[in-house]
Ligand binder design. Structure first.
Ligand code: ADP
Ligand code: MG
Length: 215
């Protein structure tokens, strides 16, 4: 499969649909242990991406990710805006330093996730979006270096994202607003972990369809 920016409009549309479908569920999660604005924050960012999707599709990935990151940083707000924005800006920077292809993508994504860790001063096990992003990045690198077929890599990405999201339920939040609740943060899935999982699964679905579509 080629890394074709032509796919960008359908990827952005898939993000919008995924967040829209589960908006109420995610809001309930953020209301339980946050301030309830996470979906509205994200939807503002996705709407801005939708408005620019044709322009974004004209760019190469390095420039598109840079622009997506900047849009998310300025439009989303909240903790998640700078974190999701950082992910894309760091991926753009990493993709400037090496050729982008299916093999290098896992490394580039991992560099993006490391930047999110630094930005949020957080790591795995703190009940955040990182509990999805870190295992997805790690497993993707392993699968790619093991030579798994792309379709299997994608399947594992979706599976890992779901497991990571679920894993936040029983964790104690030590970062972000949910940490104010201390022990009472247990028993609820983290909203950012949920939206990361939803968006990753939506992207996987588009890419899988693209891979399996008759030529
Ligand atoms: P806010 O908490 O400022 O209202 P959002 O509601 O948009 O921002 O986003 C909350 C989500 O951001 C959380 O569910 C969590 O996944 C993520 N998050 C918050 N703080 C951090 C952090 N320091 N590191 C990583 N992710 C974080
Ligand atoms: Mg919030």
């Amino acid at each position: 499969m080629q890394f074709v920016p032509m796919l960008l409009p359908s990827l952005i549309q898939a993000l919008a649909n995924a967040i829209e479908t589960d908006a109420d569920e995610v809001t309930a999660l953020d209301q339980a242990i946050g301030d309830g604005d996470h979906v509205i924050n994200l939807q503002r960012g996705i709407k801005a991406l939708m408005a620019q999707r044709d322009e974004l599709a004209e760019l190469d990935w390095v420039l598109a990710w840079q622009k997506i990151g900047m849009i998310l940083m300025t439009e989303v707000g909240g903790a998640s805006g700078s974190l999701y924005g950082t992910l894309f800006v760091a991926m753009s920077k990493a993709a400037r330093e090496q050729p982008l292809n299916v093999q290098t993508f896992a490394d580039i994504f991992s560099i993006g996730v490391d930047a999110v860790k630094q930005r949020g001063k957080a790591d795995a096990g703190e009940k955040t979006m990182l509990d999805v992003l870190i295992p997805v990045a790690a497993n993707m690198r392993l699968d790619v270096s093991d030579g798994l077929a792309l379709i299997e890599v994608l399947e594992n990405v979706a599976r890992t994202a779901i497991a990571g999201m679920e894993s936040t339920r029983d964790m104690l939040a030590t970062k972000g607003r949910a940490s104010f609740l201390e022990e009472r943060s247990r028993g609820h899935i983290d909203a950012g972990a949920k939206t990361s999982q939803l968006m990753i699964c939506a992207l996987v679905e588009v890419l899988t369809k693209q891979l399996t579509a008759p030529a």
